[in-house]
Design a protein around this ligand. Structure first.
Ligand code: SF4
Length: 435
């Protein structure tokens, strides 16, 4: 199972009002220290991994097949800093020749010099944080680019030979209307990019706009934010427009023109493949070891604050129990349009799947759950999801319906124990995969 590598760059030119990521505006002098620290961490990955009780054999015996530089705005770094990060990574890890190498870029930063640097770093995929092709909407949330900038930079990337480009859009931005949203989606399609991500505005107290909306205030254009129903309609409209244009949905928020153009890196999160992250708020999941034998995975995450990271606060480590691994397989796998194969899960988790997950008295589920005993955790989640029109089954395949994709967090919560729901573990995971 090839490894995915993630490197976080938590710096931005401005802090967008809707942003709930661990990123912020820092003086340029912080960049150099951060890059030095990153390079140090990458060089010390073996110590870290063995200290955390993870297995080397499985995740590291094959070369990594994806590198993802995210944030934040990695394209804010200068060329020499980017080159040092990639050199450190390639120095430490074997990487396949056809690896997907992605950098998240803010429109307005893709100068010819930067693109040249990206190519020297082996970057072959760029994810552009466009969010809206309507200048007023982009500006109202603190984005610094215009529609024309995005179009110029896409052309520049293509001219340089980087045509694997993804555009991010957000439904529910201030001032957005059905017409303006249709315009943004149509523009995305017209650019011909092979991949798009469509998110619905997240309203939580981790962003300035979210806090203002919760408080019912008017700062940050909060009073121009469309209501939830309108935002849900925008999302559905985007799904339909993209499908008609041949850009197929493969995950709740992600769309690609072909299977091989789906984000290899993000697929690792959703299918629980190993990945190793470096930098602020970087998450990892690796296989654990028990006295030399392979065991259940270990998740670990570096601190969310730059200060804590620079002061070497150690990562938080979460061993994944069999129960948690099954829950994760449900709520991550169901994000994908192809859904999950319950027979495969049964084979993978064996007795644990049968013991905690299903009961013999489940009249509305198919034979894949038959004959098992114990408390009905996922059994009842599946049954209620189907009854409520949020899940559909086809043989042993379980997937979200169209409505289920809109209410996915509600569906996922049903697969978690009460304890995990209280801890907010599931929503944390959603945030992780949405970045
Ligand atoms: S949305 Fe992106 S560019 Fe804006 S503040 Fe957050 S990480 Fe930075």
């Amino acid at each position: 199972m090839p490894l995915g590598l993630y490197i976080s760059v938590p710096f931005c030119r401005t802090k967008c009002s809707y942003c709930n990521f661990a990123s912020d505006v820092f003086s340029k002098s912080a960049y150099e220290n951060y890059v030095a620290r990153l390079v140090e961490d990458v060089a010390a990955w073996r110590e870290l991994v063995s200290k955390l009780g993870c297995a080397f054999e499985s995740a590291f015996k094959e070369p990594a097949d994806s590198i993802y530089l995210g944030g934040g705005t990695p394209s804010i770094l200068d060329g020499a800093q980017l080159l040092r990060i990639f050199a450190a990574v390639r120095d430490q890890f074997a990487v396949t020749t056809d690896a997907e190498v992605t950098v998240e870029c803010a429109p307005g930063t893709l100068t010819p010099t930067l693109i040249d640097t990206l190519q020297q770093c082996g970057v072959n995929r760029v994810s552009l944080g466009v969010q809206s092709f309507v200048d007023q909407e982009a500006q109202s949330v603190g984005r610094l680019h215009k529609r024309s900038t995005v179009l110029e930079e896409i052309a520049r990337l293509r001219q340089a030979g980087i045509d694997n480009i993804s555009i991010d859009l957000i439904a529910g931005l201030p001032h957005q209307t059905a017409e303006s949203w249709a315009f943004s989606v149509a523009e995305t399609i017209a650019t011909g990019v092979p991949h798009a991500s469509v998110y619905m505005l997240e309203v939580d107290d981790d962003s300035r706009l979210g806090r203002e909306l919760i408080a019912g205030g008017a700062r940050y254009h909060a009073h121009f934010v469309p209501d939830d129903d309108a935002t849900a309609d925008f999302y559905q409209q985007a799904c339909e427009m993209l499908a008609l244009a041949g850009i197929a949905q493969y995950e709740i928020s992600n769309f690609a023109r072909a299977e091989e153009l789906q984000s290899r890196h993000n697929l690792k999160y959703w299918t629980r493949r190993p990945y190793l992250g470096f930098g602020v708020d970087a998450h990892s999941m690796l296989e654990g070891t028990v006295e030399g034998r392979s065991a259940l995975p270990v998740r670990f995450a570096t601190p969310e604050s730059l200060d804590a990271y620079m002061n070497r606060v150690p990562p938080t480590v979460t061993p994944v129990s069999a129960q948690t691994a099954i829950e994760e397989s449900f709520f991550l796998g169901l994000r994908l349009n192809r859904g999950i194969d319950l027979n495969r899960m049964r084979a993978q988790f064996g007795a644990e799947f049968a013991r905690a997950g299903s009961s013999a008295s489940s009249p509305n589920t198919n034979c894949y759950l038959e004959g098992s005993e114990g408390p009905a955790i996922w059994d009842s989640a599946i049954r209620s999801g189907i009854e409520d029109g949020l899940l559909e089954e086809q043989g042993a395949t379980l997937r979200l319906t169209r409505r289920g994709r809109l209410l996915s967090n509600e569906v996922f919560a049903r697969f978690l124990t009460e304890e995990r729901n209280k801890s907010g573990n599931q929503s944390r995971e959603s945030t992780l995969v949405d970045r």
